[in-house]
Design a protein around this ligand. Structure first.
Ligand SMILES: NC(=O)c1ccc[n+]([C@@H]2O[C@H](COP(=O)([O-])OP(=O)(O)OC[C@H]3O[C@@H](n4cnc5c(N)ncnc54)[C@H](O)[C@@H]3O)[C@@H](O)[C@H]2O)c1
Length: 326
């Protein structure tokens, strides 16, 4: 099976590419490297193309036999999306429309799509299951929901088969130590805390201490990137086998506050992490915790590496060995 992995040079994409190859799939990575890294996909077939470039995309589907697409390519910064929703809609929604058009015009009908917990907005019930209402509180989440809806309509009209995977907060790194998380700017809590522990940044700014949570800071569900990679392989097998479109949450089911993550990171790394308190970031819900029962029931997926200590330890190892990133 030949799998095109869009955004495969990025953080979650590169870990998934590695897992796909281990499972015997032929992989072609498509990425424009706006946020990806060639070193994360060393030796893997690669095409440098932008999803916003329709003719480049058509060429890729013309030149390669592709059986299915896994689609990670997107802009994914909540804060940035609030100031620049236009570039988010262009990259995430128009880019995906281009991709779908190229797929369908060459008879490729299977896509696993990276969605996000940000489609839910402020939860009415916890943990959040897939049938929870979707009212995003930030533009990033709105673009992902727009794509999910596009997939549903394209399914009805054109027979597209898709799996939307709503990731909660990805973290951790491959214990092999040669690939990990390297975003610039880095806004994700665990790498930021580790950078502070390493002295690469002076402190962690806690974005909001007046949320209605147990210690006033936001609560999130952290899921190991290797568990996400496993879920992609299971979802792909299910999609290519049964051919039934579906939406799944991918989270650990445990929620940790910002202060709890910092405290655990201090214990795991043996380093002190300095903090300062700042204002809330626009668009951030107070609590996001997944129910991933559906993925467990239907895909047979069970997170194996998502204990908070494991997440932090594997990320710590990567950042300690690669303090400047790739
Ligand atoms: N990291 C998380 O915690 C998290 C949580 C929920 C959902 N997601 C989603 O998962 C996906 C991957 O996240 P990540 O953290 O690995 O992000 P990332 O930025 O590391 O990876 C995205 C990749 O897509 C590429 N890309 C972006 N726009 C492109 C375009 N127009 N054409 C070609 N390539 C393009 C980038 O260069 C990058 O390599 C994203 O879609 C994100 O929205 C991530």
């Amino acid at each position: 099976m030949n799998i095109l992995v869009c955004g495969g040079a990025g953080y979650i994409g590169s870990h998934t590419v590695r897992r796909l190859i281990k499972e015997g799939y032929e992989v072609l990575v498509l990425d424009n490297l706006c946020n990806g890294h060639m070193s994360a996909i060393a030796g893997i077939p690669f095409v440098n193309a932008d999803l916003c470039d329709q003719s480049a995309l058509k060429q890729v589907f013309h030149d390669h036999k592709i059986d299915a697409v896994i689609h990670f390519a997107a802009y994914a910064l909540v804060g940035e999306s609030m100031g620049q929703p236009d570039i988010y809609y262009r990259n995430n929604v128009v880019g995906t429309l281009n991709l779908l058009e190229s797929m369908l015009s060459t008879g490729v009908k299977h896509m696993v799509f990276s969605s996000t917990a940000a489609v839910y907005g402020d939860p009415l019930q916890l943990p959040i299951s897939e049938d929870h209402r979707t009212v995003p509180t930030n533009a990033y989440g709105a673009t992902k929901l727009a794509v999910e809806e596009m997939l549903r309509w394209f399914g009805q009209a054109f027979g597209l088969k898709y799996t939307s995977l709503r990731f909660f907060n990805a973290a951790g790194a491959d214990p092999a130590g040669d690939i990990g998380e390297d975003h610039d700017p880095e806004t994700h809590l665990i790498p930021v805390v580790i950078k502070a522990a390493l002295g690469l940044i002076p402190h962690v700014k806690i974005l909001g201490t007046d949320y209605l949570t147990r210690d006033g800071t936001c609560i999130r569900d952290y899921i190991h990137v290797l568990d996400l990679a496993d879920a992609h392989v299971l979802a792909l097998k299910m999609l290519l086998g049964e051919g039934r479109s579906a939406v799944y949450n991918l989270g650990s089911g445990e929620g940790y506050s910002v202060r709890e993550v910092i405290k655990t990171a201090e214990e795991v790394t043996g380093r002190m992490v300095r903090t300062i308190e700042g204002d809330r970031r626009m668009g951030d819900p107070a609590v996001l915790v997944a129910s991933a029962e559906k993925a467990e029931r239907e895909l047979g997926w069970k997170p194996e590496c998502s204990r908070l200590e494991t997440l932090i330890y594997t990320a710590w190892e990567w950042h300690r060995e690669n303090p400047g990133g790739y």
